[in-house]
Design a binder for this molecule. Structure first.
Ligand code: SAH
Ligand code: SF4
Ligand code: F3S
Length: 440
């Protein structure tokens, strides 16, 4: 019995797929490299933008042919897309070869659903019920060593006016601090070298626990764990990032000098209509405070162009903010209309060609900044966690600096999974090239 998982979307989905894999392996399934060899194919879906959704529907469509070749193939869907209104019925009518659809709050039902379908191939399981606490009580097959993901908070309460996540992932639910600390301790003991704490807004960690727990306390507890490892976290909502979190990053040597602080827009009017609840001035002040406390910090962001009603001046304000913030990199998106969100019905939706023009200009502006920051790294030595053999140039390795920059480098031995010092030799673009050097 063989499985294949298609994962779409964010880090949280990548980690969730490790839970899906864990459950399948407990049932006796083993993974395979190609879809066509599988007895069960899972889609862990995303609906953050229309392009993501279209891609997934196209991909599900290809299951028809695979099913013709293998009558016993089971096709299962879970993840954010399944939680949108009307999707389950659309799947039933347009993709009758899908056997299982689960929601985002009940993936622990997967084994039961598979057994039902295996018992009688006419059975289908379409169920989006929510099972409290089900996110944690499951086995895990980790796939990204030396990195490991750890959920700290699920769901989102922020309702940014463009975003579908609060509707498909529900309200915020924090895990207990003792569970998280125990998981990190176990991972470090098992040899994982980089732990990434995950949440839609890690800064609201603990708010729902009502016992005074908060994100900086969690970071300080994790910082006490012995061993050579790194901790990252994402994402930080600027409205909730406080100085005590920045201090926790500074005071704990295991916590990386790296902050992902999605800004979305540099225009106060757009930020207000996005319901982001901060101003560009406050955001830039935060960036200043971060740089003051954390020299050599890497700050990254998410930015959107073409939000409804975004004027040329609003867009120029975004470019200006990007120049001032000096991000080491930015994930840039074209606004996508999501049914059910307030921005869907806002006036002045921006034409596609104009959104394209804006994103090209934004990418160009950010590339120039990344190049400038890269050139400042040339000739310096950085501690890099070697993550893998470079797939494009197999005689080199790739890894990240503490502040989050990707470096390709040569090394006399296979350093994968270890920390090595790397001198940056070439830094003309976003990609850094270097070679491992001995510690002195
Ligand atoms: N919780 C995280 C982001 C999750 S979604 C945060 O608030 O930072 C990741 C990114 O996708 C967002 O930061 C945003 O830039 C982008 N995004 C979300 N909804 C979008 C939409 N409707 N169209 C385009 N991009 C979107
Ligand atoms: Fe979406 Fe905003 Fe929540 Fe991020 S904070 S997941 S952008 S609603
Ligand atoms: Fe992530 Fe996409 Fe869901 S970005 S939370 S998988 S909508």
């Amino acid at each position: 019995m063989i499985y294949y998982i298609n994962t779409y979307g964010c880090q949280m989905n990548i980690h969730e797929s490790e839970k899906l894999a864990g459950m399948l392996e407990e049932l006796g399934y083993t993974p395979c490299a190609e879809e066509k060899d599988a007895d069960i194919i899972l889609f862990n879906t995303c609906c953050i933008r229309e392009t993501a959704e279209q891609k997934i529907y196209g991909h599900i469509g290809t299951m028809k042919k695979l099913k013709l070749n293998n009558k016993n193939l089971i096709v299962a869907l879970c993840g954010c897309m399944t939680q949108q209104e009307g999707v389950q019925s659309a799947i039933r009518s347009r993709y009758p070869y899908v056997d299982i659809v689960l929601g985002t709050g009940n993936i622990s039902m997967l084994p039961e659903a598979i057994n039902k379908v295996r018992a009688n191939r006419k059975n289908k399981v379409f169920d989006e019920s929510y099972i409290k606490g089900s996110e944690d009580a499951m086995p895990l097959t980790r796939t990204s060593a030396p990195n490991a993901w750890v959920n700290i908070i699920y769901g989102c309460n922020n309702f940014c006016s463009y975003c579908i996540v609060p509707y498909v992932r529900g309200r915020e639910r924090s895990r207990s601090m003792s569970d998280i600390v125990a998981e990190v301790k176990k991972l470090v003991a098992e040899g994982y070298k980089e732990i990434t704490l995950l949440g839609q807004n890690v800064n609201s960690y603990g708010n729902d626990l009502g016992d005074g727990t908060n994100f900086s306390k969690l970071l300080n507890e994790i910082g006490k764990i012995e061993g050579k490892f790194r901790v990252r976290f994402m994402s930080s909502h600027p409205k909730d990032l406080t100085q005590d979190v920045i201090d926790a990053v500074r005071n704990n040597k295991n916590i990386c000098n790296s902050i992902h602080l999605p800004v979305q827009s540099g225009s106060n009017d757009v930020l207000r209509r996005m319901n982001r609840r901060y101003t560009r001035e406050r955001y830039l002040e935060q960036i200043r405070a971060i740089r003051e406390s954390l020299p050599d910090v890497g700050i990254t962001t998410d930015i959107m162009v073409g939000f409804p009603g975004e004027t040329e001046q609003d867009f120029q304000d975004t470019l200006d903010l990007v120049r001032q913030a000096e991000y080491s990199s930015a994930f840039c998106f074209i606004y996508s209309r999501r049914k059910g969100t307030p921005a869907y019905s806002m006036e002045n939706q921006i034409p596609y060609v104009e959104k394209q023009r804006r994103i090209q200009l934004l990418l160009k502006t950010q590339n120039e900044i990344t190049k400038k920051l890269s050139s400042q790294m040339q000739g310096k030595v950085y501690e890099v966690l070697a993550e893998d053999i470079n797939p494009k140039y197999p005689d080199t390795y790739c890894g990240r600096t503490e502040n989050g920059r990707l470096v390709n480098f040569r090394c006399d031995f296979n350093p994968v999974g270890q920390f090595v010092n790397v001198v940056v030799e070439q830094a003309r673009s976003a990609t850094l090239w270097g070679r491992a050097v001995k510690e002195d």
